[in-house]
Design a protein around this ligand. Sequence first.
Ligand SMILES: NC(=O)c1ccc[n+]([C@@H]2O[C@H](COP(=O)([O-])OP(=O)(O)OC[C@H]3O[C@@H](n4cnc5c(N)ncnc54)[C@H](OP(=O)(O)O)[C@@H]3O)[C@@H](O)[C@H]2O)c1
Length: 267
Amino acid sequence: MNSRLRETAEYMRGKTLVISGATRGIGKAILYKFAQNGVNVAFTYNKNEEEAKNIINDVESKYNIKAKAYPLNVLEPEQYIELFKQIDDDFNRVDFFISNAIIYGKSVAGGFAPFMRLKPKGLNNIYTATVLAFVVGSQEATKRMKEVGGGSIVTLSSTGNLVYMPNYAGHGSSKNAVETIVKYAAQELGEFGIRVNAVSGGPIDTDALKAFPDYEVVKATVEEESPLNRMGTPDDLAGAAFFLCDNTQSSWLTGQTIVIDGGTTFR
Ligand SMILES: NC(=O)c1ccc[n+]([C@@H]2O[C@H](COP(=O)([O-])OP(=O)(O)OC[C@H]3O[C@@H](n4cnc5c(N)ncnc54)[C@H](OP(=O)(O)O)[C@@H]3O)[C@@H](O)[C@H]2O)c1
C-alpha cells in the first residue's frame, strides 16, 4: 500500500458513517465504499428491511466492521432525533453523515410532473425529503461530531438543477435549495471542524431513474451525449462522497458541490 492510501486507511478506520437510504443504488455503493475502508456504518432503510439485513451480514463478514440498519421515513425528518439516540447506543462516535435517501411513487405525485401539473403537496414532499431531512439529520450529526472534534457532512444532489429534465422541476428546485443550505451550514460549522458539501450526479442507472416514465430515452440520450459514452453508475458517485469525508485529501474543501456528470451538463 502506498503512503497516501495508508494515510487514508489510518484516518478512516474505526470511524462511523451515518447514511440514509443505503439499501439500493447510490447509497448502497457509498456504504460499501466506506465499509471496504474500515468504516463502521449506521444506515437507514424505508421498506427493504430484508435487503438491509443482507447488507449487514455481507459487510460485517467481509470487512470486519460493525453495521446496523434503522427504519427511517424522510417525509418525517424529526424521526432523525430518535434515530440518532439509537445510533448513540450502538456506536461510540459519529464522524460522517450522508443525506442520500429520496422519495418516489405516490409521495411525489404532483411533485414529479410537468410544470402545469405541479401541486403544492407533491412539491412540499420533495422539499421535505430533500432539504428538511438534510437539515434535521445534519443537526443531529453535528452534535455528535462536535464531541469527536469534527467530521464531514455530504448531501446528494443532481444536475437536474443545471439542465432541463422533463418532470424534474420539484426535484431540481429542491436540489438547488439543499446546495444552498450546504453553503450556509459550511460557514457555520467550520469552526467545529465540520465540513459540508454536496455531490451532484448526472443521470445514474438506479431504481430511482428506472421509475422515470422516459427512462429508456434518458439512458439513450446520456449514452449518446456523454463524451464518455455511457450512463453513470452508483460507484461513480461513491468515490466523491468518500473523498469529501477523507480529511487527509479534502480538508480545505467545504461549502461546495462536486458535479459528476460524465460531461453531460456542458452540452
Ligand atoms: N439516480 C440518479 O440519476 C441520481 C442522480 C443524481 C443524484 N441522485 C440522488 O442520489 C440519491 C439516491 O438516489 P438513488 O437513485 O440511488 O435512489 P434509489 O436507488 O431509488 O434508492 C432510494 C433509497 O431511498 C430509500 N427511501 C425511499 N423512500 C424513502 C423514504 N420515504 N424515507 C427514507 N428513505 C426512503 C430507499 O429505501 P428502501 O429500499 O428501503 O425503500 C432506498 O434506500 C438521491 O438523493 C437522488 O436524488 C440520483
